[in-house]
Design a protein around this ligand. Structure first.
Ligand code: DGL
Length: 289
């Protein structure tokens, strides 16, 4: 998807020709759409490939060695087919583990998504913060390292939600998600200790902002929900340069790629189109366990 910015003109001096960057936004499923929204807002001039490894979903249940192998295999093919200039790993479960292997394997910049523990420690007034993530992310050494480096003075509760990402997927596919199910998943985030209460919860799985409305509704008390997506978009823009912020005449290309594509319902197609992803490709890559 290398398109000339001056395409359409008859005279195209090579010196002015600037290639259009392609950004690949990658997740196990639909959660990365919450990051995609911010990235496309910030980088209106870039072409976009949104890739969901739905054949591997949910990553939160995969053992670490299997997850590294899976992400490398999927990325190998995505890079060969779509030739991205930059990749956003819009998945905490993968980023907290696989980034070093990806950076060693590919000569492309990778921007990861990791728990916003430093901003949470800066934002809390009660000193009680909760990290809401997948069981995989909360178990990582990387996540525990962030806690000890940046939140040593805080009381941090790590919450590994087993079903919340799947509930977010169901909601986007147009299925009914009961408030009680959401409430049960987020309940351990709300801690009261010696007259203090949790006041900051990090959304450390990219699926969770999709459920922000019901989470706010069922929360036992109001908290600040930290979504790192705006910071990720700023980092992408910084790496690609300010030219990528400007919209191009004729718009940009955007496609969605799925490795299974079994759950693509009508409401999901509408949701994807609403996010600029009208073109959907299935590039099958079964998970072999
Ligand atoms: N969206 C992914 C994340 O940010 C996780 C969902 C999954 O378990 O696959 O962690």
């Amino acid at each position: 998807m290398q398109v000339d910015l001056l395409a359409g003109t008859t005279h195209r001096p090579a010196v002015l020709a600037r290639p259009v960057p392609t950004i690949l936004v990658f997740d196990s499923g639909l959660g990365g759409l919450t990051v995609l929204a911010r990235v496309t807002e910030a980088c209106r001039g870039a072409d976009i490939v949104y890739a969901a490894d739905d054949a591997g979903f949910p990553y939160g249940r995969l053992e670490e060695g299997a997850l590294v192998a899976r992400v490398l295999a999927v990325m190998e093919r995505l890079v060969a087919r779509h030739r991205p200039d930059l990749v956003v790993i819009a998945c905490n479960t993968a980023s907290t583990l696989v980034l070093p292997a990806l950076r060693a394997r590919f000569a492309i910049p990778f921007v990861g998504t990791v728990p916003a523990i430093k901003p949470a420690a800066a934002a809390t007034r009660s000193g009680l913060i909760s990290v809401l993530a997948t069981p995989g992310t909360v178990a990582r050494d990387y996540t525990r390292g962030l806690v000890s480096t940046y939140a040593g003075g805080c009381d941090v509760t790590l919450v590994g939600a087993t079903g919340l990402a799947a509930l977010a997927e169901a909601a986007l596919r147009g299925e009914r998600v009961e408030d009680d199910a959401v409430a049960a998943e987020i309940a351990p985030c709300f801690v009261e200790r010696e007259g203090r209460r949790t006041d900051v919860v990090t959304l450390s799985c990219t699926h969770y902002p999709l459920l922000l409305e019901p989470m706010r509704r069922v929360a036992p008390w109001p908290v600040e929900w930290l979504d790192p997506a705006p910071a990720i978009a700023r980092r992408v823009l910084q790496l690609l340069g300010p030219e990528v912020a400007a919209e191009r005449a004729g718009g940009h290309e955007a496609i969605a790629v799925f490795t299974a594509g079994v759950g693509i319902t009508g409401p999901l197609r509408i949701a994807l189109a609403g996010r600029g992803l009208a073109e959907v490709l299935i590039e099958p890559l079964p998970l072999v366990s």
